[in-house]
Ligand binder design. Structure first.
Ligand code: SR1
Ligand code: MG
Length: 393
């Protein structure tokens, strides 16, 4: 390894040696809290406040035989700097970037919780879904041709390539669940469900089109992995932040909306098999909340800055909406077939897990092959709710 990994014992010395972190003073306590697939994450308490250090490992944390570029840490730092500029208050603050040790220092949000965890407990964080829609809109506008102009957009695009992490998404989200692959893990009782879903020609055609859109539609500097485990929420005072932007790249705006929607489907499937129809309905209603937050914010940004000669607002919104449904499906289905599973489903007893997976795949099929042609998330996700309830029964 060509760089030194941090430990709880070396963080204090590291912080003391970083000029950008001088204002925090001496570090008194450190804990390692990384629970994702890829990185080391330390929360450090210091004399003048807390901070978080995120260090990229040169391999996948949960599978050290799988190498992965640590340069993603710098990519995340650059994206986070931009996202702080265009969407302040909706992402963690960035304090420092260290390209030699592949570390970023960011705001300590320990008074927040990861949204996936609170959804699993059937908690409601009102406003978080709309806040994430607003975040997507601010990023979509501020980093796209609308906010930057034609030359600015091209210049920004040239600085934000993320080919290795995009390839992970291309493989894990859009390819592996649809082929025989060693990453796939399928319960015997779900084999027929997966075969029916992944073998359906209409599903395969729609996923193939979504993959091409992911690979080619360089619209904005999107988050790139905006699942509910990448969102922190807090009640008092109310706050929602998107974090963990290491998959950021110039991609389709609808991918971030779709990632949220797909994860609402997973949370709702959990609630359905647990017999909590009210929570399932609330979670699925968040799809409309996210959309409305996005559309309202994007519309507000539009009149003063967008060039009306390029495309009309309604058409632009309709394009994002049409992209989001198949992305949502692909993001939900990959979590119940392939690598990188989610606690919404995995923490269920096996009998409930089988029914939840069956229901998620049925919902994904609906989102891929019959999403409707109008921009109407409410009825769409009511239909998703019906499909979840029917197939999980
Ligand atoms: C090898 S990385 C696996 C997954 O972790 C991240 O959260 C992304 O979703 C990625 O697909
Ligand atoms: Mg992540």
């Amino acid at each position: 390894m060509s760089y030194e990994l941090l430990t709880v014992d070396t963080v204090a010395g590291y912080v003391a040696a970083r000029p950008a972190l001088e204002r925090f003073g001496a570090v008194s306590h450190v804990r390692e809290v990384g629970d994702g697939n890829l990185n080391l994450v330390f929360v450090a308490a210091a004399e003048h406040g807390g901070l978080v250090l995120k260090q990229a490992l040169p391999y996948v944390r949960v599978d050290p035989t799988w190498p992965i570029t640590p340069e993603r840490n710098g990519i995340e730092g650059r994206a986070l700097r931009v996202h702080n500029r265009v969407a302040p208050g909706l992402v963690p603050e960035l304090y420092d970037t260290d390209p030699d040790r592949h570390v970023i220092a960011i705001e300590d949000l320990s008074d927040h919780r990861v949204w996936r965890g609170t959804l699993n407990e059937a908690q409601r964080h009102e406003g978080a879904a709309a806040d994430m829609g607003r975040y997507v809109a601010k990023v979509a506008f501020g980093t796209s041709v609308f906010g930057l102009g034609a030359k600015g957009h091209k210049a920004a695009l040239a600085t934000a390539a993320n080919p290795e992490l995009c390839e992970i998404t291309e493989d894990l989200v859009f390819t592996e669940p649809y082929i025989t692959h060693e990453h796939n893990r399928i319960l015997p009782a779900n084999e027929a469900d997966v075969a029916a879903y992944a073998g359906d020609p209409d599903v395969r055609a729609a996923v193939g089109a979504a993959k091409l859109a992911f690979m080619t539609h360089a619209e904005a500097l999107i988050h790139g992995d905006l699942h509910t485990g990448s969102v922190l929420v807090r009640d008092e005072p109310r706050s929602a932040r998107a974090f963990d932007a290491e998959f950021a790249f110039y991609g389709p705006i609808g991918f971030d909306i779709g990632a949220l929607w797909g994860n609402y489907v997973l949370a709702a499937a959990r609630a359905v098999v647990q017999g909590d129809a009210a929570h399932a309905a609330w979670v699925l209603a968040q799809a409309g909340e996210t959309w409305q937050g996005f559309a309202d914010e994007f519309t507000e940004l539009w009149p003063g800055r967008a060039d009306p000669r390029v495309i009309g607002l309604d058409r632009c919104l309709a394009g994002v909406y049409a992209d989001a449904a198949p992305f949502a499906a692909a993001k939900a289905a990959r979590r119940v077939i392939g690598f990188s599973r989610v606690s919404d489903i995995e923490s269920l007893p096996e009998e409930q897990r089988v029914r939840a997976i069956r229901a998620v795949l049925a919902a994904a099929r609906l989102l891929l092959v019959d999403p409707g042609s109008n921009v109407e998330p409410k009825p769409l996700f009511e239909r998703v709710g019906q499909v979840l309830a029917e197939t999980a029964a």
